[in-house]
Design a protein around this ligand. Structure first.
Ligand SMILES: CC(C)(COP(=O)(O)OP(=O)(O)OC[C@H]1O[C@@H](n2cnc3c(N)ncnc32)[C@H](O)[C@@H]1OP(=O)(O)O)[C@@H](O)C(=O)NCCC(=O)NCCSC(=O)CC(=O)O
Length: 500
């Protein structure tokens, strides 16, 4: 991998038809943001195939450097005008009880690294294949690190990598989770792609920055108003609890913004699995048959079982079976997934709300039940019940969210596998499975003007979910496991689907 350039892309200073956010300002963190203060940043990676250049004699490399890259940079600059906080920094001033995002249109910028990979077609197709695994650390050179010191943390870092031998390029983003969640990142990426397409559509390749004004459609305009979250006394006290817990993390009165290092083990492999729509429907029918028997007596209509519940339950059962030898001392399984609270708050926030607005949902399951005949059905019921329960409120137990997360961060650095405590008075540490990403982010729809993505990856611990790249309404499931576990998982996953 050769780093060709590391530049800073500043927000375009032109006035556009959006009054928000203010040109030079700060944005306070809500309790939703504070929850993530020092967790390792997730990375999102999108691969694109470069179309054949219209003019003969132009190589893929020159098309990339002369046409694609300048448009990506220009459109990024224009888009940042609407997303000024992304160009800013997180700081935690001594006088402030909580960290704050500071940004100034004139001074701030986003770091954009441009790299060139020496990978050949064979290597690249292994990276983007859905049929085989590859080294879990192989994608890390394709994403940049956030610039983080004790005093300041950048909000986003972007890397664009050309694969000159294969006619591909990738866009990797690393996001500070205390500033934005996956939904906001997808909003930003869609806005950037929209702006880039508009720039290409304008057809004027010699257009200078000072002539361009591109406005975003309503559904892509970020919504910054957060007084509703800041002024609510219950939410404000959650923010104070979280800040104090982070202040006590790693030493007293510790305002450091340094992030916990990510645990990228070298003994893991990564692979994506496809769950086609037709198979999802068969899983749904399986549930209908089971539930019909139980509900028959009440003449009740079986509740809708969502694609999400079916997928999580099916993957979980295969995972528990694949890891059975490693979790021999474990009796409890904990499934954690994020819930988008935007539409679930009272009153709701717009889907374009900028920031974090997710709550965690915890589902405890019994390992032996998961390994048994009814494991899948039990898991679907537990997940569906938890989702139904969200109607009662998404903030139940929120005072414990950060202590649970800090416990997880400490555990992940002290031990890589769950175990039964030697002391009978200490509760057992369950095997935790976390879901990241969401098919609702629609990353496969993000087209910068050169076609839809060929592959989307979330580089973060956990089970990542996205919509299927072939658009059949199915899902893609990304996993990182030890090689023998991945092989075992693949076998359970495939055989289970074939038997439906
Ligand atoms: C809690 C949920 C996972 C539950 O999803 P479910 O699909 O089971 O349940 P639901 O009530 O939302 O939807 C029920 C049915 O309505 C449909 N439906 C409802 N709302 C929809 C919407 N906005 N878009 C598309 N479909 C929708 C669904 O297709 C589904 O049917 P059917 O499925 O049958 O078609 C989800 O509501 C949710 O909040 N998703 C967002 C998750 C999220 O933001 N994750 C962020 C991860 S952050 C991240 O990844 C970074 C990190 O943390 O590291």
């Amino acid at each position: 991998m050769e780093v060709v350039e590391v530049c800073r892309v500043a927000p375009d200073p032109l006035p556009v038809a959006s009054p928000e956010p203010p040109k030079s300002s700060s944005l306070p963190l809500t309790f939703f943001d504070l929850r993530w203060l020092r967790v390792p940043p997730p990375h999102w990676l999108i691969f694109y195939q470069i179309p054949a250049p219209n003019t003969s004699g132009i190589t893929t490399s020159s098309f990339f450097f002369d046409s694609i890259l300048p448009k990506l940079k220009h459109s990024l600059s224009l888009t940042l005008h609407h997303f000024l906080p992304l160009a800013g920094n997180l700081t935690w001033p001594q006088h402030s009880p909580e960290p704050v995002i500071v940004y100034a249109e004139q001074d701030d910028a986003v770091s954009l690294s441009v790299a060139q990979s020496t990978a050949d077609s064979h290597h690249l197709s292994a990276l983007i294949s859905n049929h085989d695994h590859h080294d879990a650390t192989a994608l890390l050179p394709l994403v940049a690190n956030l610039a983080v010191t004790d005093e300041r943390a950048s909000v986003i870092a972007i890397q664009v990598t050309l694969f000159p031998n294969c006619g591909y390029f990738s866009i990797g983003t690393t996001m500070h989770h205390a500033v934005l969640d996956g939904k906001t990142l997808s909003l930003f990426m869609k806005s950037w792609a929209h702006t880039c397409r508009s720039l290409i559509g304008s057809g004027n390749q010699t257009m200078t920055k000072s002539h361009v004004i591109i406005s975003l459609p309503e559904e892509l305009k970020p919504f910054y108003a957060r007084a509703r979250l800041m002024d609510d006394s219950a939410m404000a006290s959650l923010g104070a609890i979280y800040s104090n817990q982070w202040l006590d993390f790693d030493g007293p009165n510790n305002r450091s913004l340094k992030l916990k290092p990510d645990n990228h083990s070298h003994d893991r492999v990564r692979r994506t699995f496809q769950l086609p729509r037709a198979k999802i429907e068969k899983l749904r029918r399986l549930m209908l048959v089971k539930d019909d028997v139980e509900l028959h007596v009440d003449h009740d209509k079986p509740p809708h079982v969502s694609t999400f519940s079916l997928t999580c339950a099916y993957v979980l059962v295969c995972l528990v079976k694949a890891e059975v030898e490693e979790v021999v001392n474990v009796t409890n399984i904990l499934l954690i997934f994020a819930v988008d609270c935007r539409s679930r708050l009272e009153p709701p926030l717009p889907m374009t709300y900028f920031g974090n607005c997710v709550s965690p949902e915890f589902i405890a399951l019994d390992k032996q039940v998961m390994l048994g005949k009814e494991g899948f059905v039990e898991a679907v019921h537990a997940i569906s019940k938890a989702i139904k329960g969200l109607k009662k409120g998404v903030l139940n137990g929120a005072e414990n969210w950060v202590s649970i997360l800090i416990g997880g961060l400490r555990h992940s650095t002290s031990s890589s596998s769950p175990r039964r405590s030697s002391s009978s008075s200490t509760p057992e540490i369950p095997r935790v499975y976390a879901i990241v990403g969401s098919p609702r982010f629609e990353f496969y729809s993000i087209d910068f003007g050169w076609g839809q993505p060929k592959k989307v990856e979330v580089i973060s611990g956990g089970i990542s979910l996205s919509e299927s790249r072939n658009g059949d309404g199915g899902l893609e499931i990304g996993l990182v496991l030890k090689k023998h576990q991945m092989e075992a998982f693949a076998s359970f996953f495939t055989q289970g689907l074939e038997s439906l």
